[in-house]
Design a protein. Structure first.
Length: 296
């Protein structure tokens, strides 16, 4: 039988569909039926779901902090892929048909249709009891911390009282000198070093990576008391950005820890509803809002 040669357009289209399918598999947004559209048996992409244990100097958050963006997760060196899970087709069972939504996603690459808002994902009683926020923290440094450390009453006063000037990511301390890894103490990142110099001028940047001086930073699971304080502050002042300032209300935690806790636990549990997030098919929070660099 003579094979029909695909046109350049058709070849490009099939390649795009393949790339979109791989994207969906990596996000766990389509099932075996979509895989059966063309994935060779035994070559399904394996997603490593092992949680990454973060150190106290970890610097990941929704907004990436004030300096140094979000750190991407790299595959572990020498990792061996596990055998692919046998699909219904390989088990001799009828696979679930691909839905119209999945077809549109595979064709166009837009996964938004597979993400649910909180009202659609959670039960009615969960939604009714959840705290509703707009993704913004409207408060300032916790009053006791502000008084103990001599921090001014608002961001403008704090900035101007410590020399003012125009902020620059290239020269965040206004020294006219570029700060490199070699110029900071051993074992400390540039971002954490810079933040340590901004306690009174830019408290949000400082507390994103540091606790109050003299206060130990805790790592690991959050306590129930901390959870309740988190929700109380969110109820009173809102939350979703300025995590450094937000964290001053929770001793022993820094801003990026609050940001991670929010994304990994608070939103997926339905304790707070933030329209900047959607929930995927695995129950994880997916940020769909607008990223603003430096808006910690």
């Amino acid at each position: 039988m003579t094979k029909t040669k695909l046109s350049a357009y058709e070849q490009e289209r099939l390649e795009n569909i393949k790339q979109n399918r791989e994207l969906l598999l990596s996000l766990n947004l389509v099932g075996d039926a979509a895989v059966a559209l063309g994935e060779p048996a035994g070559q399904r992409r394996i997603v490593n779901k092992t949680k990454h244990k973060r150190s106290a100097d970890d610097e990941e958050g929704d907004d990436g902090g004030a300096w140094g963006g979000r750190k991407g997760r790299q595959p572990r060196a020498g990792a061996v892929e596990a055998p692919a899970r046998r699909s219904k087709r390989l088990r001799g069972e009828t696979a679930e048909p691909v839905t119209e939504v999945e077809e549109r996603v595979i064709e166009g690459g837009d996964v938004s249709e597979l993400l649910l808002g909180a009202e659609s994902h959670f039960a009615t009683d969960v939604v009714s009891q959840a705290i509703k926020v707009e993704g913004h923290y409207r408060g300032w440094v916790e009053s006791g911390v502000m008084e103990r450390l001599g921090i001014q009453g608002n961001a403008t006063e704090a900035w101007e009282s410590e020399g003012g000037g125009k902020f620059s990511f290239k020269d965040p301390l206004g020294t006219g000198k570029k700060i490199t890894k070699k110029s900071v103490p051993s074992g400390q990142s540039v971002a954490k070093f810079v933040a340590s110099k901004l306690l009174k001028k830019n408290p949000n940047a400082y507390f994103y990576r540091h606790t109050e001086p003299g206060v130990e930073q805790w790592t690991g699971d959050w306590t129930e008391e901390e959870r309740l304080v988190f929700l109380q502050i969110a109820q009173e002042f809102g939350c979703g950005d300025k995590w450094g300032l937000f964290s001053t209300h929770i001793p022993h935690r820094v801003g990026y820890q609050c940001s991670n806790y929010y994304r990994q636990y608070v939103i997926p549990q339905g304790w707070i509803i933030d329209d900047n997030y959607r929930i995927d098919s695995t129950g994880h929070a997916v940020y769909v809002g607008k990223h603003k660099r430096g808006g910690t």
